[in-house]
Design a protein. Structure first.
Lengths: 308, 491, 212
């Protein structure tokens, strides 16, 4: 491991850890702008996390050690996932052939821990949210896997870092339609996994309509801060998969590349904000069709690469 | 001349749509049919030259079906004089069966019949595959409004099924036409003209895979229109719910036009050395049609549906004739001629019965023979004719088809078809005989003589003529007709 | 390149139709599909434009994009329906069927290799996918309007196949086919209108009085 590579991977991890909550801030600002308000400050997610860290912890008497350990374990797992996600031109710390599958399963572990923590509280609200969350994730997972496999087929490599490095403008020229469809699928999966409209409304507090929010009802203080941080990191990871497809530019200047990539991330957040402001949440019975449509798009993209 | 054949009925149809005078409309129909017949006779005397780069021309199969069509049309137009008189004077309350239509519907009815004639003429005259497709689709669209003339929920249901199933079938036939065009591509990449003469002469160079796929698609597509099982599902509903003159035209003329389409592709396959393949498929469809017809004729309670299933049976026989090959092709063509004449007369007679008895159920119709000797005898003769008894014409053609089956060594299929024909005879005999003969009455019961039937001459003469023609054809086939049929079979 | 883009958009419209339950948006999607296919011959012969191609393209776009949509919208306004009732195959099953049909169509495209004869390797897959979706829509939907839309999709699929084969048909035939489809939709629209007047519904699964 040479010094420069070590330096690059450290920058990658640090950048991810530090910059992740900004995406949430951007989304909130865009939504406020659409609603005609000025909105929260961009750094509000940071302020929220620090505020929560200073508060005290309250644990329900029905919970057990699962609930107490759950948040920290999922934070550890998601930081592990972060180790394989590249940050623009900065390569990921660990990259090997097949790490796209590892990413999907690490995300699955995080979801699993969140769900069992929620079930541990013994409340019926959390149970309802957990079952919905598992149902929609089960439908979104094939879409995610197929989309990643589509990316792997286009670039002929099975590692996230090498996908990001191999994607270039010629791929858009040759397989433009496939890449556009894959981006569409990945965007829909991003909306689904991060509990955004049209799958779930992050601002609602009506119990009948909550999916993700309801699972974290019982977390308090530092635990809730960690939960918010994990959701920011999840958004960052999913955006980091889409951004190299959006702007596959490789110049020799590493700062220029990084700024282009960052602008891609910002653009994705703005797109999420726009989608959230312009659509209503879909009816629960229609969401399976929606996610199946995303899967169909991914399959179309893969099938098109055979021909094109 | 050819343009006149097609455009004259079309023009008269437009006139019929525009005029509101009802008697003028009826005379328009009759006049159109008569002039069409005169034009056809002149075509027999002196064949006109081809027009439109050879896309429209007269050839033997086309001439045969054109003659059948215009003859039927003329007789149906005479029948409709009496039919409309009944509709105007009828004050019975049987709304489900005969709903009095508005004036607009009547002009649409007459106009669409003339468009129908024009489209069928176009089918028989077109030599280009795609033009023939356009014409066959046009016949579907021109005949659909004719079926829901009575505007009852039942006839609307029949029209919907007819429209949708036939349109889907014809869309598949279009795909088959495209496949055929691919099969006909010359090795240097240029396209062969889709005119029949051209296709037939170049047929040995065709790509067999594409040609096989094209044949299957076109047989399925046009077979839907023709009424071959298992694509026949629209036929019983449409033929039984439409007004009787229209049923006569549908059964007598329309099914033949679809048969013409299949016959053209069949010829191409034979010229391209796929004759065995084509024969097998036609045999399969023919036998399935016979089986389906036999199953549904036994125990059929509606006499118009019975006649419709009998059409399915005879279409199956036509397919069998093509499948056997050899003299079977001659038999099929003769059978097409005989069947059209006989079935049309039967449907026209059924119309008279419907007007008088107000019910389509065979159990409601009893003792026709006692109420009207003429109608009863005609109905009986019609039954004998359609089931293939000598001395009527259908006997000769059925014998020819079955004989060709035995000649070609297809013993099982030919025997099976004979057995199915017997079953169908039994099924039809039950219904027809129960309708014709009066119920036996106990001596103690009071005999009330039912009123005699109302029979208008204009409604009676066409079926009489047609049955006489069928009788004549059974005994003596005129030389010029025989030459035409042999000409067709020889190609 | 543009031809490929056009064909992929047509494919996506087919997918949308399989999964959609709202009649209004389905009619608009079929109109878009028809317009795209009307532009297809234009893009194919982009370097050898002549009056015939231009008029045919404009005519097709006008007919399939506007006239049909107008007719069908009028039919659903008269019949007062705007949503499809739960079809015989649920929407999830329809989408799954669509995915399978997509894979089968692309596989068929590999097998029936037309090589030089077709303008793009996507022609056969997209046209067969259209045919399969059209047939499925006719069979699995209950409202008569959805069946008319299925028939239009079927015709569009067959048209894609025809338009994509080099030097297929002449002007007369193309006009004939277009006129046929127009009159077919007209007659179907009138029939749906009459059905809704007589029977107070346009559910074809309630049209079951005629049977043996």
């Amino acid at each position: 491991m040479t010094i420069s590579i070590l330096l690059k991977t450290t920058i990658s991890i640090l950048a991810s850890l530090i910059l992740a909550p900004i995406l949430l801030g951007i989304i909130n600002r865009v939504k406020a702008g659409f609603a005609g308000r000025v909105g929260q400050p961009l750094l509000q997610p940071y302020y929220d996390i620090f505020k929560l860290l200073k508060k005290g912890l309250v644990y329900s008497t029905t919970t057990s050690w699962i609930f107490r350990w759950g948040t920290l374990v999922s934070l550890a797992v998601i930081v592990c996932a972060l180790l394989i996600v590249p940050c623009g031109p900065f390569p990921a710390l660990i990259s090997f052939k097949g790490d796209i599958f590892l990413l999907v399963y690490l995300m699955g572990v995080v979801r699993f821990i969140t769900v069992i923590s929620a079930l541990d509280t013994g409340s019926s609200f959390e149970g309802m949210g957990s079952s919905r969350e598992m149902f929609f994730s089960a439908l979104a997972e094939p879409a995610l896997l197929l989309a990643l496999m589509g990316l792997a087929k286009v670039t002929d490599s099975f590692s996230l870092t090498s996908i990001a490095n191999t994607l270039s403008a010629t791929n858009w020229f040759n397989n433009g339609a496939s890449l556009a469809l894959l981006m569409g699928t990945l965007f829909i999966v991003l909306l689904s996994e991060n509990a955004r409209i049209p799958i779930d409304d992050p601002n609602t507090h009506l119990e009948l309509t909550m999916i993700h929010e309801v699972m974290v009802l019982d977390h308090s203080g530092p635990d809730f801060a960690v939960i918010n941080y994990i959701s920011a990191l999840k958004l960052w990871i999913f955006s980091a998969i889409i951004a190299p497809v959006l702007f596959p530019i490789h110049t020799n200047n590493i700062i220029a590349d990084f700024s282009v990539w960052l602008s891609g991330m910002v653009l994705i957040s703005i797109a999420v904000g726009i989608v959230e402001s312009s659509m209503a949440r879909l009816r629960l019975t229609v969401i399976p069709q929606f996610l199946l449509g995303a899967t169909a798009l991914a399959i179309t993209a893969i099938v098109l690469t055979w021909i094109g | 001349m050819i343009w006149a054949l097609i455009l004259l009925p079309f023009g008269l149809g437009v006139c019929a749509l525009l005029t509101k005078n009802q008697s003028l409309q009826k005379y328009l129909l009759f006049g159109g049919a008569l002039s069409h017949l005169i034009l056809t006779i002149s075509v027999w005397q002196k064949p006109p030259p081809a027009v439109l780069w050879g896309w429209l021309a007269i050839d033997p199969p086309g001439l045969l079906f054109l003659t059948i069509t215009c003859l039927l049309f003329l007789l149906v137009s005479i029948y409709e004089f009496g039919y409309f008189e009944h509709l105007e004077n009828d004050t019975e309350e049987n709304m489900d069966v005969l709903i009095f239509p508005s004036i607009h519907t009547k002009s649409l009815f007459i106009g669409c019949q003339l468009f129908f004639l024009s489209a069928m003429t176009l089918v028989t005259l077109s030599q280009h595959l795609s033009l023939m497709w356009v014409a066959i689709e046009a016949t579907t669209l021109a005949s659909a409004p004719l079926i829901f003339f009575h505007s009852s929920p039942r006839s609307l249901e029949a029209t919907w099924k007819y429209l949708l199933i036939c349109s889907v079938g014809i869309a598949l036939a279009l795909l088959g036409t495209f496949f055929l065009s691919i099969a006909a591509t010359k090795p240097d990449g240029s396209q062969t003209n889709l005119v029949f003469g051209n296709l037939l002469s170049n047929a040995d160079h065709f790509n067999s895979q594409w040609l096989k796929a094209a044949f299957i698609l076109m047989v399925v597509g046009y077979g839907t229109k023709m009424g071959l099982a298992p694509m026949h599902t629209w036929l019983p509903d449409a033929h039984s719910e439409s007004p009787s003159p229209i049923s006569a035209l549908l059964s007598g003329a329309l099914l033949n036009c679809a048969f013409l389409g299949i016959f053209r592709v069949y010829e191409i396959c034979h010229k391209a050395n796929l004759g065995a393949f084509a024969n097998d498929i036609m045999l399969a469809l023919g036998i399935v049609s016979l089986v389906v017809a036999a199953i549904f004729i036994l125990g059929q309670s509606d006499y118009k549906r019975l006649l419709a299933y009998s059409s399915v049976e005879h279409m199956g026989l036509l397919a069998l004739g093509l499948g056997f090959g050899g003299i079977g092709v001659f038999g099929s063509m003769l059978h097409a001629l005989n069947h059209s004449i006989t079935k049309a007369s039967l449907f026209l007679l059924a119309g008279i019965i419907l007007i008088n008895y107000h019910s389509k159920k065979a159990s409601d119709v009893q003792g026709i023979l006692t109420r009207s000797k003429a109608l009863g005898l005609l109905w009986l003769f019609g039954f004998l004719s359609i089931s293939g008894s000598p001395p009527f014409g259908l006997f000769l053609s059925e014998i020819t088809i079955v004989k060709s089956g035995f000649d070609q060594g297809r013993f099982i299929i030919a025997s099976l078809s004979l057995g199915l024909l017997v079953i169908i005879f039994i099924g039809m005999a039950t219904v027809f005989l129960n309708m014709t003969q009066p119920q036996p009455v106990l001596k103690s019961e009071k005999i009330h003589t039912p009123p005699p039937l109302r029979l208008k001459p204009s409604m009676l003469y066409p079926p009489v003529l047609l049955l006489l023609l069928s009788l004549v054809l059974g005994i003596y086939l005129p030389g010029w007709m025989k030459d035409l049929l042999v000409n067709i079979a020889r190609q | 390149m543009k031809v490929q883009l056009l064909l992929i958009l047509v494919l996506l419209t087919n997918l949308k139709l399989l999964g959609s339950s709202r009649l209004g948006s389905s009619i608009r999607t079929v109109a878009i599909q028809g317009s795209l296919l009307g532009l297809l011959p234009l893009f194919i012969e982009l370097d050898s434009l002549n009056w015939r191609v231009m008029t045919l393209a404009i005519g097709t776009v006008f007919l399939k994009g506007f006239v049909f949509a107008n007719l069908l919208f009028r039919a659903i306004n008269v019949a007062n329906v705007n949503r499809e009732v739960q079809p015989f195959a649920g929407y999830v099953s329809s989408l799954l069927y669509g995915i399978v049909a997509l894979i089968v169509s692309f596989w068929l495209g590999q097998i029936l290799n037309l090589g030089q004869l077709s303008y793009s390797p996507l022609i056969i897959p997209v046209s067969f996918f259209g045919i399969f979706s059209g047939l499925f829509l006719i069979v699995s939907r209950r409202r008569a309007i959805s069946q008319v839309l299925g028939f239009l999709v079927l015709e569009n699929g067959v048209f894609t196949f025809g338009a994509g084969i080099i030097k297929m048909t002449s002007l007369l035939v193309e006009i004939g086919i277009l006129l046929d489809v127009f009159v077919a939709i007209l007659v179907m629209g009138i029939t749906v209108f009459r059905i809704s007047q007589e029977c107070d519904h346009i559910d074809t699964d309630k049209l079951i009085t005629l049977k043996d």
